[in-house]
Write a protein that binds this ligand. Sequence first.
Ligand code: ZN
Length: 182
Amino acid sequence: MAVQPIRLFGDPVLTTPAEIVTTFDKELRVLVKDLTDTMIDAPGVGLAAPQIGVGLRVFTYDVDDTVGHLINPVIGVVSDEEQDGDEGCLSFPGLAFPTKRKQRVVASGFTMHGDPITIEGSALLARCIQHEVDHLDGILFIDRMSPEQRKLAMKAIREAEWSGLSEPVVKISPHATRGLAV
Ligand SMILES: [Zn+2]
């Protein structure tokens, strides 16, 4: 088990588009394992590689007792039907906001062994796939909200206890800064 620290909103890796995976090697399999372990430990229903600081197009999911992963995912078919409901993100701990998503999607990509695979998802799995593929494009769920909802979300984010923790901290004294117990 190799649980990795999860990057928080404000970390530039979360707004940087991830690179396509071209080498299906042991390093990639370790990345999938780290993502899976970190997601289950959190716990979360999905986790994208940039959230643990790796800029590759890989995500894992854990929905309805099915744990899986997808490399270089591409969303093909989407339903016209939309779903509404609260959505959270492990990079925004403790917060959830109403976020519109498509009700059903079909995503194709590869397994960590390089085999082509297609995932069909509706409801929560569809929401998860859309959320994670967005992560790989450097898009966060706050970017999918209506302007009014985004305003409310940004206020809650500013007030969250973790807010600003991902900014580089320049230590000017041996004492803990920003109320952090180090
Ligand atoms: Zn997320």
